[in-house]
Design a protein around this ligand. Structure first.
Ligand SMILES: [Zn+2]
Length: 451
């Protein structure tokens, strides 16, 4: 007898939605098919919901310890679970201290222990002068490393110049881990910003951080990765031209991944003008023309992973100020996956399968999370149940579970909802609400659970 059988859900099988049942034992899927034989301690009716693998988001900033007035693991992971995610990899900056040494990594692990609603991993940071710490961080179990090529927005995580990046890549390459790069060339940003600070609207912000800044930085990253053999990911790519540049390098044999974020697909520069500083991020939101070009690249299979780059702040750092003064970061992980599913349409199972893979299987594979991101026997029973709504309903700030009820998506209509999210065989979200306890644990790239 197994622990649980979830019946009456629709899973994607061979590009179409198929009535399915999932048998779960000790937190893992033991069988999945149109009909599962045998008995279970608990029989659960999925009520015809669409069942997708839990989202694996490799790009969140939860800011704990040190800036929990901005977010924190309890609230950030709650919002993630409500948004259909079951795993996050958390970035090394905006916490204090930054995760640039083993002692800082352990301080973060202690601070967040027992607080997360979903499983998680932690990135290590590359900053000028910490190359000697990187092997020990790898040994201690970081998922990979993150560096900024342009200023990060906070003084406590310095950006890396070419020499720093080269040294870091030489040290990271033998660890088998990946370096994730915020790729904007500071020289290009600096040049363009001069003379623009007049109206300080979303369009000025966009003009001050042109696509050329991303292209220049990605060229540098490609050169260095080629010289050192270090696997890299270009995070939060905002434009099709940048995707194409990465794609060419990959075709040339480089181990390079391309991440984009839901906000570059769901929101345009016109939306940013309307939303205001809640829609400020770097690289900035682009024109509607660029948004559709990015969708084309996604549908052509040229993007590897989707990550939210959830980077919240207290409301007072976004309100009553211009685009240039406001904190640059979009809070949105609760509605990124639902928004993309809705934009794609549940009635398009082939496209949903491709999208789901970018949000679950491929990020899991990128970091060696062998039991995450798929609904297969042997995988963790991590999934989300989605229900279409009869009509689109605007996203309400009152339903946000992050520390502050702020998001770039508030007020935007959504035609589906996350009904439930299950982590290792038990719901953490039911009827759209948190349930049970915060059971999330650190899961390292080997797939080991470390309670
Ligand atoms: Zn980020």
């Amino acid at each position: 007898m197994v622990d649980t059988i979830l019946r009456n859900v629709r899973c994607l099988v061979g590009g179409s939605w198929t009535g399915s049942e999932i048998a779960i034992e000790a937190g893992r899927i033991v069988e999945i098919g149109s009909s599962v034989m045998g008995a279970a301690q608990a029989d659960v009716d999925g009520d015809g919901a669409y069942c997708l693998p839990g989202g694996v988001d490799l790009h969140v900033h939860f800011n704990e310890p040190g800036r929990t007035e901005w977010e924190g693991f309890a609230t950030g992971s709650a919002a993630a679970a409500a948004g259909g995610l079951t795993y996050v990899a958390e970035m090394p900056l905006n916490s204090i201290p930054s995760t640039t040494s083993v002692s800082a990594l352990y301080a973060k692990q202690r601070a967040i222990q027992g607080k997360s609603w979903i499983d998680y991993g932690l990135w290590g940071g590359v900053v000028p002068g910490n190359a000697d710490h990187l092997p020990a961080l790898a040994e201690a179990g970081v998922m990979g490393f993150k560096a900024f090529m342009s200023p990060s927005g906070t003084d406590d995580f310095e950006n890396s110049d070419r020499a720093t990046l080269r040294r870091a890549m030489e040290v990271i390459a033998p660890t088998g881990l990946r370096l994730a790069l915020h790729a904007e060339d500071p020289a290009v940003l600096h040049d363009t910003v001069i003379g623009l600070r007049q109206r300080e609207c979303a369009a000025d912000w966009e003009a001050s951080r042109p696509i050329r800044a991303e292209l220049e930085a990605v060229r540098t990253a490609i050169d260095l990765a080629g010289e050192t053999g270090c696997p890299i990911t270009i995070v939060h790519v905002s434009a099709a031209e940048v995707v194409d540049l990465i794609d060419q390098a990959r075709a040339g044999g480089l181990d390079i991944l391309c991440e984009t974020c839901p906000h570059y697909l769901l929101l345009s520069l016109d939306d940013a003008e309307q939303i205001g500083p809640q829609a400020k991020c770097a690289p900035p939101l682009r024109s509607a023309h660029e948004v559709s070009a990015l969708w084309e690249r996604l549908r052509a299979g040229k993007i590897d992973t989707l990550g939210s780059d959830h980077s919240p702040c207290p409301p007072e750092m976004k309100t009553g100020m211009s685009f240039f003064e406001a904190w640059g970061g979009i809070a949105g992980l609760q509605h990124g996956l639902p928004g993309l599913l809705d934009a794609t349409g549940l009635g398009e199972p082939g496209r949903i399968a491709a999208l789901s893979s970018l949000f679950a299987e491929r990020p899991a594979r990128a970091l060696g999370l062998t039991r995450k991101g798929t609904l297969h026997p042997g995988s963790d029973a991590d999934f989300t149940l989605v229900k279409p709504l009869e009509r689109k309903v605007p996203i309400q700030s009152g339903l946000l579970l992050s520390r502050h009820p702020c998001s770039a998506y508030v007020g935007r209509p959504l035609g589906l909802q996350i009904e439930a999210t299950w982590l290792r065989g038990m719901p953490v979200v039911e009827d759209g609400r948190l349930c049970g306890e915060a059971r999330g644990v650190l899961v390292k790239g080997s797939g080991d659970h470390t309670p």
